[in-house]
Design a protein around this ligand. Sequence first.
Ligand code: BTN
Length: 240
Amino acid sequence: MERRHLAECGSTNTEALQHLRNGGGPLIVSADRQTAGRGRMGRAWQSDDASLAFSVALPLPAALDLSGLSLAVGCAVADVLDPGGERIRLKWPNDLFLDGAKLGGILIETAPLPDEKRGVVIGIGLNLRPLPADADRSAYASGHAALQTLDPAATAGATLDRLAPALRALLADFQTLGFGPWQLAFSRRDLAAGQRVRVGERTGVARGVSTSGELLLDSDAGIVPVSAGELSLRLENVSP
Ligand code: BTN
C-alpha cells in the first residue's frame, strides 16, 4: 500500500478522502501535525508531534457491509500495541483506552465513488507522549493516556510501521469475513462489559456486541442491539 507522510495538513482523513475522490488507490497518509483534526460527533481532535495521526484510504465495493469495522480496527491496533491483552481496552464503538484513560480513537468516513465503489477512510489518532504536568486536563473528558507509558521507545514512525501490516491484513479479511471473526477479540478487551451504560437516550447493562458489532444493551425492554451511528457510550458508574 502506498505511504505518504506530510509535515502538516488540516486532517489526514480529508487528505485521504480527497485522494480517493481523485481516483487514487489504497493509501496510508500520516502527518506530524493536523491543524483541523476531527474526532467523532463533530469534535475537534488535537494532534501534534506528541501524537500519531494517520488515515488508511481504500476504494471498496459500495455494497460491502462496514458494520463493526471500527471495532475490528480497534482490536487490530490493540493486538499490535498490547499483544498480552492486559492494558489496552476498547470502548464501543471506537475508543482505545490504556489503564483506564483514553489512548486514542478511530474515525471512519466514507465518500461515494463512481462504478459502484465507496471510498472508505479509517482515521486513527493515538497519544504518544504523556501530557506535561501543567497541561489543562479539562479538555480531555475521557482522560489522557500515552503509548509511551506502555512502550517508552514508541515513536510515531515506528508505531505506524508496526500497525500498517496488521491493518492491511485486517482490511483484506474484513472484505470477505466481516466483523464476525473479531467478536471474541473485542469481548476480551470490552471496557464496558457488565457495566451500566448510557447510549444516547437508552440506559442498561452492556452485554458485549453482536456478530455485526452492535452493542447488546440489557435494558427494561430486554437485550436491545444498538448500532453505532453517531452515538457514544458513557459508563454510568465511573467518572467521567
Ligand atoms: C475520536 O476519538 O473521536 C476519533 C479521533 C480520530 C482522530 C484521527 S487523527 C487521524 C485522522 N484525521 C482526523 O482528522 N481524525 C482522525
